[in-house]
Design a protein around this ligand. Structure first.
Ligand SMILES: Nc1ncnc2c1ncn2[C@@H]1O[C@H](COP(=O)(O)OP(=O)(O)O)[C@@H](O)[C@H]1O
Ligand SMILES: [Mg+2]
Length: 383
């Protein structure tokens, strides 16, 4: 797929702007703080309905304005789609081909995108939450069903946690008149949640396992390519129980996973009551990342970690392609300056297979089929 154009209205530092893009590489060039990342952010937002960096949707509205709009056109194998996103102070509205959608989830798959920036180092370095986010964004772009199950799981976990916390608080106050719920009733209610949770957990976990297993050879190959064969990258999905590292399918596996999660939720109830939240389940999942059999997070250099993160993202590109039949777009925000010459050339070579958006403070070496877009103060500089 490829983005043909985008129109921005009061989006970040763009009052009114329109860009058209090359199907190959688009190099967004400009000094610092001119709006390069803002433009990439607008594109990314059309993929998942949310910015990669705004804590609140309304942050993207141009200072002093009431609303903002992004309008983007994407060409796919089977036709064109127009995506419109409206940002109001407390509300967001999305249209696909002129028709309003009810839930953000309906947008998924219209534009698929892999985003990489220096910030993505956290994918390797920081908490498991960043690696779960990586799996969830990939899988949600591949399957709306996954996205819906994930949201359902999230809702049930929050209800379960609330019930646990309420029960714990009331009991610790030790005023029996406050406690309207006895232990028996509490356990009965929890067990209803546990059954619903284990159903979602099984499906989430299976999808994540299959994603990581499928990503592994591509990530390994990308990493080998970027390091001239000097390093071997391995990734492994980790959940609350050990899972065979192969693609698993079928109802039987779902049932098996369900049983395992159910037993775990039941077993952890006492601990959960002491902690005040649900301590097991896919919301605690992680991906283990190894370079030459060594844990990347604790023992590898920043450079190695950055390359590992990049390899994961390049693998994501290929998996989305493989599973949806169409190459997603690739966004590289400010990463060229962080790579040494060799890796930079290699990365650019790798990008040749899909539409790419690259931001940079200077113009990189000649890239085939590329378009240079110069930005100054939220405007394209044409010459
Ligand atoms: N909501 C907003 N309204 C107006 N300007 C904004 C808004 N959010 C960010 N900016 C401005 O955008 C600029 C940064 O743009 P950015 O795209 O991150 O720069 P860069 O070109 O370095 O990637 C800053 O000057 C910042 O003040
Ligand atoms: Mg930037």
């Amino acid at each position: 797929m490829r983005v043909t154009k985008i129109k921005l209205l009061n989006f970040r530092n763009y009052q009114r702007a329109e860009f058209s893009f090359s199907p190959g590489a688009n190099i967004i060039v400009g000094k610092n703080a001119q709006g390069k990342t803002n433009l990439l952010e607008a594109i990314f937002t059309c993929a998942i309905g949310k910015s990669m960096r705004a804590a609140r949707d309304s942050e993207v509205i141009l200072f002093g304005q009431e609303n903002a709009k992004i309008e983007l056109e994407v060409e796919k194998k089977f036709g064109k789609t127009k995506i419109e996103i409206y940002f109001l102070k407390n509300k967001k509205a999305i249209k696909i081909n002129g028709l309003p959608i009810r839930r953000t989830g309906e947008l998924l798959g219209e534009l698929r995108c892999v985003f990489f920036s220096p910030d993505e180092l956290k994918l390797i370095k920081e908490s498991p939450e960043d690696r779960r986010r990586f799996m969830d964004i990939s899988l949600s772009q591949i399957s709306k069903v996954y996205f819906n199950i994930l949201n359902k799981y999230d809702k049930i976990i929050r209800s379960r946690n609330k019930l646990i916390k309420d029960f714990k608080d009331k009991n610790s106050v030790k005023k029996s008149n406050l406690s309207t719920l006895n232990l028996e009733d509490f356990k009965r209610m929890i067990s209803v949640y546990d059954v619903q949770l284990s159903d979602c957990a099984a499906k989430i976990s299976l999808s994540r396992n299959n994603l990581v297993v499928s990503l592994a050879p591509y990530a390994k190959r990308a990493h080998e390519f970027l390091t001239d064969g000097a390093e071997e990258l391995e990734i492994e999905y980790q959940t609350s129980f050990s899972v065979e590292a192969s693609v698993l399918n079928g109802n039987e596996v779902v049932e098996k996973f369900k049983e395992k999660y159910l037993a775990l939720y039941e077993k952890s109830l006492e601990k959960d009551l002491a902690l005040g939240y649900t301590s097991v389940g896919p919301h605690r999942d992680d991906i283990k990342v190894l370079i030459n059999k060594i844990d990347v997070k604790s023992f590898c250099s920043q450079g190695q970690q950055r390359t590992a993160a990049l390899s994961l993202k390049l693998a994501e590109l290929e998996i989305i392609n493989k599973q949806t039949g169409e190459m997603p777009i690739l966004i590289l925000d400010d990463v060229l300056s962080e790579l040494d010459g060799g890796r930079r050339t290699k990365l650019l070579k790798f990008c040749g297979s899909t539409q790419t958006f690259i931001s940079s403070t200077d113009i990189p070496e000649k890239i085939k089929n590329s378009k240079i877009i110069r930005i100054r103060s939220g405007q394209e500089v044409r010459n």
